[in-house]
Design a protein around this ligand. Structure first.
Ligand code: S3P
Length: 161
């Protein structure tokens, strides 16, 4: 399964919880940092967002099929080749979402997220992206509910599909 959703939607947290239940997991942000040998903020600063998006695509292509759960960066859907890849894959796409105020609260003050530094632009970015997540999603999970409920919903969906 592939977890998509905005920054702060709970992709990493939910992947970790699934890992505790025995699923193998990988995070495209961590994959990139390990392969490039530097941090996400450094990649944005030195090489720019577009370069980061190409690395994200490489990560996606490399990990699909090798893990039970792939947790992605929130902007992966903005890069056409990655969007196409997600639209074409047979992997279930799980969209994690929560009210914007909740997302803002979760990401505020996080210096490791270059695109989360200004409230107004975060809101605008969320609005621009929401329909992309929705179009790709096989199921949408509201992560403002307790994490155990989210995981139960995901497992119920995976087991019936
Ligand atoms: C980004 C989200 C981040 C990370 C990068 C860009 C985005 O991942 O990939 O900072 O464009 O929304 P998270 O969604 O895990 O914060």
């Amino acid at each position: 399964m592939i977890l998509i959703g905005f920054m702060g939607s709970g992709k990493t947290t939910i992947a970790k919880r699934l890992h505790k239940k025995g699923y193998s997991i990988v995070d495209t942000d961590r994959w990139i940092e390990e392969h490039v040998g530097t941090t996400i903020p450094d990649i944005f600063e030195n090489d720019g967002e577009l370069h980061f998006r190409t690395l994200e695509f490489d990560a996606l292509e490399s990990v699909v099929g090798n893990y039970d759960v792939i947790s992605t960066g929130g902007g992966i859907i903005t890069y056409e080749p990655s969007y196409r890849f997600l639209a074409d894959t047979d992997e279930p796409i799980i969209y994690l979402d929560a009210p914007i105020e909740r997302l803002l609260k979760r990401i505020s003050g996080d210096k490791t997220r270059p695109l989360a530094q200004e409230r107004a632009s975060v809101i605008e970015r969320y609005q621009l992206r929401a329909h992309l997540y929705e179009t790709l999603a096989d199921i949408r999970i509201d992560t403002s509910q307790p994490i155990s409920n989210c995981v139960a919903e995901i497992e119920a969906f995976i087991n019936q599909s």
